[in-house]
Design a protein. Structure first.
Length: 165
């Protein structure tokens, strides 16, 4: 009888965790994802279910985009958002040229909103250090930038997607 109750308790706890996970806003999910993933992966994965993209594929696609593509360039949260925008593109009854034009407009609009809020889309500028160098990465760690600034950028990129797209 105890084993049955223990199994029931485990299943109940798992169900409650799943319900909590389902109720999370995408920005909250992205923040949770960022605890173990890079910034691009965190943003893309927060939209994967909606986009009918399996977890492994999402993680693999965004793998090389964290940390400004490992060069401190375009913020990984931003490139993750670009991936979402591309996957959200409507292909029905449109030419490739129209799809490309629509996606470019969406990316430009995203950039405008992100820059208005943060001043840049470049990782180096957003963090104030170049994390592509060992010294810059160490400085970012010492200053806690990955746990503060990067978390805020991941949340912000995801919130922009949620509200505007």
């Amino acid at each position: 009888m105890k084993a049955r109750n223990a199994n029931f308790d485990f299943i109940t706890e798992l169900l409650n965790d799943t319900r909590k996970f389902i109720r999370m806003k995408k920005s909250e999910l992205a923040i949770e994802n960022f605890k173990t993933l890079n910034c691009a992966q965190a943003v893309l994965l927060s939209h994967a279910e909606e986009l009918k993209l399996d977890r492994t594929t999402a993680l693999r696609i965004a793998l090389g985009f964290g940390g400004g593509m490992c060069m401190g360039e375009t913020c990984g949260a931003v490139t993750g958002a670009y991936m979402v925008l591309g996957l959200k593109a409507k292909f029905e009854e449109k030419t490739i040229a129209e799809i490309k034009a629509d996606t470019k407009l969406a990316v430009r609009r995203f950039n405008e909103l992100f820059i208005a809020k943060h001043g840049s889309v470049q990782c180096k500028k957003l963090l104030g250090v170049d994390i592509s160098t060992p010294e810059g990465s160490a400085e970012a760690n010492e200053k806690g930038l990955f746990d503060t600034t990067c978390v805020a950028l991941v949340a912000s990129a995801t919130e922009i997607l949620e509200k505007e797209f």
